[in-house]
Design a protein around this ligand. Structure first.
Ligand code: PLP
Length: 477
């Protein structure tokens, strides 16, 4: 492909993306393909001759789109929002066009310095103090792994530089709630703590970690000769967006010199709205914090923000210094390769920059408030319909509504099957997409509101569809 062909294909693709976005609402939300169907459409061997890029759009339409679940569809209520604004798409395009590596300051000074400014803009948007330093990671899972590696090295006096965890010292223990994301347990096991030293502490009726149970677990472990090392507080759990009481957890962590990591992957974005910040009261006492702007904020996947209080400790744990990476500026600049696990890094800050330039803080706050209000509206409808068997399973803390339909006279098993049947009707119908999941042992329907294009009318349509599906799925209907 030469420059002229690139221009032609590129302009056509931009038009195609705009047209795709404009027609999203007409498409079925969840892909209906069967396993293997897309794979079977593609040739099994790579082309021997090139020149096929002229057909890109036809190929996407024919072989890819049927296998796409439309995360930016206004009736996408599953998992979490994955907003990717037009401006963010352009930022990613420039990133790809530049094809620059930002592993060291010198390998592209702008990649480091734009990122530093963006992380500081983000810090301000979230209302965090200047004590935090931020860096872009790919996902919350790897950021939490970094946090636990830092915790491990703090507790072990940088044991990684010597015998690591193999020196026969007392085991280090990690704590989180029973509602913590699976990435917490995964990070703890990958970081070598061992599943036997991960404590998933029980939660209260609102699905938030119980500090009394955490305190007891810490004391029990300490009395048994183990070393309480780190606690992960979740600000906005995956299932119900419950908020662990960070201030109370920080007291317990401080009393034992433990590392406190806050996982605000989804809910961190809500803190752009000042009236939501009470929900993470105590966050300033954490050692590290992760949030995913790539969920609700607008810059597309992947863009995770990792904030820490002591970047020097992070660099001690993550840093490498082979000769070929050394530069004359090393003493004066940030080399972000030393702020996370991987070496090479894309210029991800561009898409956050472009997004914030385009949307601005005021419109961002208004959009988040719209989504919060839409969730409260749906929560109120569900609560009002109690006489028809509808139940809210958790308080509507944020933009996620957890509900179920529980008509009287059904066994627990039949209720679970009934709610799964409702979810299947909604999702297979193609007009909306939500997540069936299990919370507190019961099958529920989880509605996550926050796609950029979701307006009240889409939430109203979902509520109508839920009620219709509950009738159609009723046993004996
Ligand atoms: N933490 C929480 C609370 C989450 O809800 C999620 C994903 O939804 C994650 C972590 C993992 O996010 P990622 O895909 O960025 O690793």
């Amino acid at each position: 492909m030469d420059a002229d062909e690139f221009r032609k294909a590129g302009h056509a693709l931009i038009d195609w993306i705009a047209q795709y976005r404009e027609t999203l609402e007409e498409r079925r939300v969840m892909s209906a393909v069967r396993p293997g169907e897309i794979r079977a459409r593609l040739p099994a061997q790579p082309p021997e001759q090139g020149g096929g890029a002229g057909e890109l759009i036809a190929l996407i339409e024919r072989d890819v789109l049927p296998g796409i679940t439309h995360w930016n569809h206004p009736a996408f209520f599953a998992y979490f929002p994955s907003n990717t604004s037009y401006a963010s798409i352009l930022g990613d395009l420039v990133c790809a066009g530049l094809g620059a590596q930002g592993m060291s300051w010198q390998t592209s000074p702008a990649a480091t310095e734009v990122e530093q400014v963006m992380m500081d803009w983000l810090r301000q948007l979230l209302g965090l103090s200047t004590a935090w330093s931020g860096v872009i990671h790919d996902t919350a899972s790897t950021a939490t792994l970094c946090a636990l590696l830092c915790a491990r090295e703090q507790a072990s006096g940088l044991a990684q530089a010597g015998p690591g965890l193999q020196a026969g010292r007392p085991p280090l223990v990690v704590y989180g709630s029973a509602q913590a994301h699976s990435s917490v347990e995964k990070a703890a096991t990958l970081a070598g703590f061992g599943r036997a030293h991960v404590r998933l502490i029980e939660t209260d009726a609102r699905f938030a970690l119980r500090p009394d149970a955490l305190g007891e677990a810490i004391e029990r472990d300490a009395a048994a000769g183990l070393v309480p090392c780190a606690v992960i507080a979740t600000a906005g759990t995956t299932a119900t967006t419950a908020f662990d009481p960070i201030a109370a957890i920080a007291d317990l962590a401080a009393a034992r010199g433990m590392w406190l990591h806050v996982d605000a992957a989804m809910a961190g974005t809500a803190m752009v709205v000042p009236e939501m910040r009470a929900l993470w009261d105590g966050v300033e006492r954490a050692d590290s914090l992760v949030l995913n702007p790539h969920k609700w904020m607008g810059p597309g996947f992947d863009l995770t923000a990792y904030f820490c209080r002591d970047p020097q400790h992070l660099i001690r744990v993550m840093g490498t210094n082979p000769h070929y990476l050394r530069t004359q500026q090393d003493g004066d600049v940030a080399n972000f390769r030393d702020w996370h696990i991987q070496l090479g890094r894309r210029f991800r800050a561009l898409k956050l920059w472009f997004h914030l330039l385009d949307e601005g803080a005021e419109a961002l706050r208004a959009r988040l408030r719209r989504d919060l209000e839409n969730a409260r509206w749906l929560g109120a409808r569900v609560a009002e319909a109690a006489a028809d068997g509808w139940e809210l399973i958790a308080p509507v803390a944020l933009q996620t509504v957890c509900l179920r339909h529980a008509p009287p006279g059904l066994s627990a098993e039949a209720l679970n099957e009934h709610n799964l049947a409702i979810a299947r009707r909604i999702n297979d119908g193609g007009r909306a997409y939500l997540t069936p999941t299990v919370v507190g042992g019961v099958q529920i329907l989880r509605v996550s509101i926050g796609a950029e294009r979701t307006e009240r009318r889409h939430v109203e349509a979902l509520w109508e569809a839920l009620q219709a599906a509950s009738q159609a799925a009723a046993p004996g209907a």
